[in-house]
Unconditional design. Structure first.
Length: 102
């Protein structure tokens, strides 16, 4: 069971990075110019509005992920950063559950 959860988690990250960074970000340059990565990062956070309590954290995360692929042109770095961000969130959620906060 955990293998499927982990696989889904990984495929979701790769899929989001391929869509938001590799497919959408280059097209956003025509509209937003050099601020394309900022618009992309905000759009990434807006996509997660169903987690409204996470949006304040997702805006900087989305900006960082868009920056890695935008000005730095590194999709592997964006995927790695997305994975690390997800791992940090899972770590703190696990700690919260252990402490009975959740």
């Amino acid at each position: 069971m955990y293998r499927f959860i982990i696989l889904g988690f990984i495929l979701n990250m790769i899929g989001e990075e391929l869509y938001y960074r590799a497919a959408l970000l280059p097209k956003m340059r025509a509209v937003f110019g050099k601020g394309d990565w900022v618009a992309n990062g905000i759009g990434f956070a807006a996509k997660h509005l169903y987690y409204w309590w996470r949006v304040p954290f997702l805006v900087p995360a989305g900006l960082g992920l868009a920056f890695y692929f935008g000005p730095m042109r590194s999709l592997p770095l964006a995927i790695l950063a997305h994975w690390l961000t997800g791992e940090i969130i899972l770590f703190f959620l696990g700690i919260a559950e252990l402490l009975g906060v959740s």
